[in-house]
Design a protein around this ligand. Structure first.
Ligand code: DON
Length: 606
């Protein structure tokens, strides 16, 4: 018998037939029903907005806002709630970034990325012959970096929130102890083989083999108890009894994280990267993310093209014209070459960020773009005279689960946050007695110099493993404002971000181009067919819904096309999950764009 998906599992945008019930039940959304059909109109609210991949997490954020919390309180609530209802990527055993822009225009970038344990070393994933041991940096105890999420969310609440940590965490504790309803997609995801390998994970997420089904309520009492302890004293995770529990557990499985590693973990409050694009200011992710600086370089290269004239090509091409995709791809190719050669943890390397952000450098790159055909990556030559000589190039792996959420509160404070376990369900290992999964972020480091990896993404030795170092990330939480002046602050325009490993930066760039150049509304921008190029491998990736005519034209121009047409477990045919907010420049209403590629997310507010 097919079970009906319970009403609370329904998002207004995905199931119009049940939208009335949902709207009455939640009374969060104040727009006509038709306007919420996927691909048509954004979700529209007057005061505040939360957009995330899970409706229960979105509801947690909205509840906190209504309780008098600000955008940071809501972000803390959403972050902890996702750790309960989206265990593939939401987490307390991973790490991430939170970009905050307050109502006065001041911005902060909280870096709570994982750190390599003290016992980590450059060649730790190599065998005696010097070969990479397959899976070692991805699966199991040794794949985890020291988690930063608890420290990061607690830091955000303490320094920038209005409510207490216990108040911000109340919704997540309730979701863990009382449970949440699983949709078919979510129940299926819990059958992940990554979890089956480890008894502590099988017990919780797979009921020891009696797999959860659609419509089941998934309760996590161990996680609830852990969250209650954190809500009383978040330091316990790093210095108290909980730290000892984590370290003891790591020891039993051959993991590297010790009590000393946990005690040494610290959040970094960094200065965001800033850039300009067509009258807007970009506030975005600095290293250890490669995202912001590469995004700025891409948009600098594109800034003198009239992209709107080259595209978007109209409805029949789903707003993707070959001419526009070509130019954007050539900018991606060039910026990703720099990404690979230069970037790593800024606390361990001197990075040429100023040079990468220079308009003159972008202009020099631009002059090598042929408007009619692609430049093969193998023949790409970096313009001379701008950058220091790159260190020797090395490969790196990136993979598949992360999540982003965007929030604006009634005062105009904004949060853009992306956090991750790295791969889906991270290392697959659940900490015994504490009920949470550990990350496999160590795989974001370079395992071995000179060996191409499955993704073919290359990076320099700046990203090799060292104790206490943070692995290079692509996560790009971004806030866009109108350009201000010294006497007048810019106005909030967009809150943007997505998961997707190496495709994060190109997806964020495309979201910005879709709205600013192509005039799409924020919902259409989230749903627009994606394309991606990362310099190497030299191929243009297209989502399965990318329209055929421009794809054929691009092929004829000389691109090697990789169309993700076949959807299976390894290749869903799509990537990313943009969770976006725009601010209507005239009415100042909030417009939410939830990525329709996922069925259980939600944009909501009041
Ligand atoms: O930090 C990074 O760039 C990666 N660990 C992110 C992985 C990711 O986005 C996978 N998501 N689908």
């Amino acid at each position: 018998m097919t079970r009906l998906t319970p009403a609370t599992r329904t998002t207004p945008k995905t199931l119009l037939s049940r939208a009335t019930t949902v709207l009455i039940a939640t009374s969060l959304v104040s727009i006509p029903l038709l306007a919420q059909q996927p691909g048509l109109e954004p979700t529209r609210t007057q005061h505040a907005m939360v957009v995330s991949i899970h409706h229960d997490a979105t509801d947690a954020g909205v509840a906190i806002l209504k309780q008098g919390g600000n955008a940071v309180d809501a972000a803390v609530a959403v972050g902890f709630a996702l750790a309960v209802v989206y265990p593939a990527a939401g987490n307390i055993g991973g790490g991430g970034f939170m970009l905050i822009r307050d109502k006065h225009g001041k911005s902060h970038f909280l870096d709570y990325r994982e750190k390599a344990p003290a016992a980590a070393s450059r060649d730790m994933y190599l065998d005696a012959q010097g070969n990479v041991v397959p899976g070692m940096s991805l699966v199991g105890y040794k794949a985890s970096g020291v988690p930063g999420s608890v420290a990061g969310l607690a830091y955000a609440q303490k320094h920038y929130g209005k409510l207490t940590l216990a108040e911000d965490m109340a919704p997540s504790i309730k979701l863990a102890s009382e449970g949440y309803l699983l949709s078919e997609e979510e129940a299926r995801a819990l059958q992940s083989k990554n979890l089956t390998r480890f008894p502590t994970s099988t017990k919780i997420f797979q009921r020891d083999g009696d797999f959860y089904k659609e419509g089941d309520t998934f309760k996590q009492p161990e996680l609830a108890a852990t969250l209650i302890r954190i809500s009383k004293d978040p330091d316990e995770f790093y210095k108290g009894a909980m730290a000892k529990q984590i370290a003891d557990f790591e020891k039993t499985g051959g993991g590297l994280i010790t009590e000393a590693d946990l005690a040494a973990y610290e959040v970094k409050d960094r200065k965001p990267i800033k850039g300009k694009y067509h009258g807007y200011t970009l506030i975005t992710a600095p290293p250890p993310s490669s995202g912001g600086i590469v995004l700025v370089e891409i948009l600098n290269i594109l800034s003198t093209y009239d992209l709107s004239k080259l595209g978007p090509g109209g409805a029949e091409t789903k707003d993707r014209s070959a001419a526009q995709v070509h130019i954007i791809t050539e900018a991606f190719r060039r910026a990703y070459m720099d990404r690979g050669d230069y970037l790593g943890d800024p606390d361990f390397n001197k990075l040429p960020l100023k040079q990468m952000a220079k308009m003159k450098y972008a202009a020099a790159w631009r002059s090598s773009i042929d408007p009619a055909k692609p430049t093969p990556s193998a023949s790409l030559v970096r313009p001379a005279g701008f950058m220091p000589p790159p260190p020797q190039a090395t490969p790196v792996k990136e993979s598949t689960q992360t999540t982003h959420f965007s929030i604006v509160d009634a005062d105009g404070n904004a949060v853009s946050s992306t956090y991750t376990l790295n791969g889906g369900f991270g290392s697959g290992v659940t900490v015994e007695g504490l009920g949470f999964l550990l990350n496999n972020e160590m795989d974001d480091f370079t395992s071995k110099i000179g060996v191409p990896n499955v993704y073919g993404l290359i990076q320099g030795p700046a990203n090799s493993i060292a104790p206490g170092k943070r692995p290079l990330s692509a996560m790009t939480p971004t806030i866009v404002t109108t350009s201000g002046h010294w006497f007048k602050r810019g106005k909030l325009a967009y809150v943007i971000g997505t998961p997707g490993g190496s495709t994060i930066i190109t997806t964020v760039a495309n979201d910005i181009i879709s709205t600013i150049d192509n005039g799409l509304n924020i919902q259409q921008a989230a749903d627009a067919p994606r394309f991606h190029h990362q310099y190497l491998p030299d191929r243009l990736d297209l989502e399965k819904k990318f329209p055929i005519p421009p794809a054929e034209e691009l092929k004829a121009m000389g691109y090697t096309i990789n169309r993700l047409a076949v959807a299976d477990e390894k290749n869903p045919g799509v990537w990313g999950d943009s969770e976006l907010i725009a601010i209507d420049p005239k009415t100042r209403e909030l417009l939410g764009g939830h990525d329709s590629r996922r069925s259980f997310g939600k944009a909501a507010g009041y």
